[in-house]
Ligand binder design. Structure first.
Ligand SMILES: NC(=O)c1ccc[n+]([C@@H]2O[C@H](COP(=O)([O-])OP(=O)(O)OC[C@H]3O[C@@H](n4cnc5c(N)ncnc54)[C@H](OP(=O)(O)O)[C@@H]3O)[C@@H](O)[C@H]2O)c1
Length: 250
């Protein structure tokens, strides 16, 4: 399986990249980022691209991939609605539309977040914008598209968040992770489980197109078998079947 990865320098993307490089079924990974990851691996190829509003300069390198793992994203804290929408919706859709044209046989996986608002009409800004992004992705003519909505993600294997505040938070939370996991298993996952689940879904599909935190864990742990969901026009119907998620931004 050949994979394109966006957001590989971030916390989620680093975790997903690690699992891809370890998995014998992943033949190669192409990262696209504003900077390189700094990692060296025989399976890893990197494109440093500065303008995420236009990928036309690199389209020649984007064909022939089986899946795209889209882990690029930001917290809306301190951002205007316009800026958050530019990063969350505009960049994601520009990349996805480019890939859908080049490789309609590709499976597209988007890391969204628990509490995402599929109605696009709720009061919580980040949840509305993520919902709009998910809905637009589900309408693109990919072989399949899956929206992953993790809640709290514990970084594993020394992976760090890019955000200073989050780094401090994760350092405090790390020793308590086994407690959260025991008390709130539906609301916690790890970079490892998320990465494993994404690889499995890219390979085998998943029972629905919008996957909540516990779905991610079940697939990542091999507790539910992956099987393709229904056709594209039915994708939006499983949006909003939430696991009691809140609108707290992940
Ligand atoms: N962390 C969590 O616990 C958690 C939980 C649920 C969902 N999520 C979601 O997962 C996604 C990734 O989160 P994360 O924690 O990995 O974030 P992160 O550590 O801040 O990483 C963000 C990634 O996005 C890239 N990026 C940000 N703005 C960009 C821009 N304007 N142009 C190009 N690239 C840009 C960054 O690249 P640079 O290196 O170039 O800045 C980096 O690779 C987000 O959508 C987030 O909402 C995270």
């Amino acid at each position: 399986m050949k994979i394109i990865l966006f957001g590989a320098t971030g916390m989620v993307g680093q975790g997903v990249l690690r699992e891809c490089l370890l998995d014998p079924e992943v033949e190669s990974v192409l990262t696209i980022g504003r900077s390189a990851t700094g990692q060296q691996h025989e399976k890893l190829h990197e494109i440093v691209h500065k303008d995420f509003s236009d990928f036309s300069a690199i389209t020649g390198s984007l064909s022939g991939y089986d899946a795209c793992f889209f882990c690029l994203g930001v917290s809306s804290a301190g951002m205007t609605e316009q800026e958050y929408q530019r990063v969350t919706y505009d960049i994601t859709m520009t990349a996805a539309q480019t890939l859908a044209k080049l490789s309609p046989d590709m499976t597209f996986l988007y890391v969204s977040g628990a509490g995402t608002d599929s109605s696009e009409r709720g009061r919580v800004r980040w949840a509305r914008v993520k919902g709009k992004t998910e809905n637009a992705l589900l309408r693109l003519p990919f072989k399949a598209a899956y929206m992953l909505r993790p809640a709290y993600i514990q970084p594993m294997h020394g992976i760090q968040s890019k955000t200073k505040l989050y780094r401090a938070l994760y350092a405090v939370m790390a020793p308590l992770y086994p407690v959260w996991k025991a008390l709130l298993p539906k609301y916690v996952t790890t970079t490892e489980q998320l990465g494993r689940a994404m690889i499995k879904i890219a390979k085998l599909g998943a029972p629905k197109h919008v996957l909540e935190n516990q779905d991610i864990n079940s697939i990542g742990n091999g507790r539910i078998s992956s099987r393709p969901a229904g056709p594209q026009r039915s994708r939006r119907t499983d949006a909003g079947k939430d696991c009691g998620s809140t609108n707290k931004e992940p």
